[in-house]
Write a protein that binds this ligand. Sequence first.
Ligand code: SF4
Ligand code: SF4
Length: 104
Amino acid sequence: MTKLDCNVTGCVHNAENCCCKNTIVVEGNAAREKCDTCCGSYDEKKGNMFRNLFKTPENRLEVECEATNCVYNKERRCSAEHIGIVGGNATEAVQTECASFRAR
Ligand code: SF4
Ligand code: SF4
């Protein structure tokens, strides 16, 4: 399991710089650099509509990843110990990226 930090506060699944999902999918099957990747599990936070008071930040989670050009990609799973998803107050998935992408 990968330790994941995520600063995408515009995502409904974000809490305390972590993700509340058990699994995410990172997209970017033709990615050559980090900006070509994005978090496919991102969902836009719209006001307080989807606020779930019971969500728990997951420190470690399963990361499926389509960016097979990344050195950490092993059979479409992330093998890195620790990754960072960034994007701040993103309003769509394409504004996010895996900051830990490293081209082969
Ligand atoms: S952008 Fe992705 S990693 Fe970050 S909180 Fe949302 S679903 Fe989780
Ligand atoms: S570090 Fe590489 S393999 Fe892991 S999620 Fe990011 S792009 Fe995918």
